[in-house]
Design a protein. Sequence first.
Length: 183
Amino acid sequence: MFKVSLFSNKKALERFALFQLAVIMITILCSYKIAYAYTHIIEQNLILNILFGVIGFVVVAVIHEFIHNLLFRGFSKGNKPIHRFHFGIISTHMPNVYFKKWQYAIIMLTPLVVITTVLSILFLFFSYSSLIFIGSFHIGYCLLDLYFVMGVLNNKVKYIEDTEEGLIYYTESPLQEVQSETK
């Protein structure tokens, strides 16, 4: 068993937020380059891009967490997840429920895939530059999910528990680990 507690370490969370900002900027740049190669972008000024991008991102973040909520409930057979607001980040957790690797990967990656696909399709029909900002903000927001999924790639991990402080990766069944710790 090993634990990743990103939310209890303020310094690590600050570094992670800076990393997210850098990824957002790179995503905006790359998205513009790709979009210009395939379509004519309806350019808005920088203030409107940021304003619509932030408003759109708030809507997308709520949808993102709603998708997590549905998947957590589905894989846990109806248990209610906990929503928490940490340092400007809304997060959904399911303490005391253990997920298999594939279940947890699906829970974490589905919002990224679904929302990015929907935004890409919207951009095909309405190629406003603010959609690039919304999508880029969302990809930056998804970095936390991708960070947590990285632990799933470890061959020794069997189960994952998503707590309010972070993740607990179990290398064997959680019941076996509890029994071995009490000996």
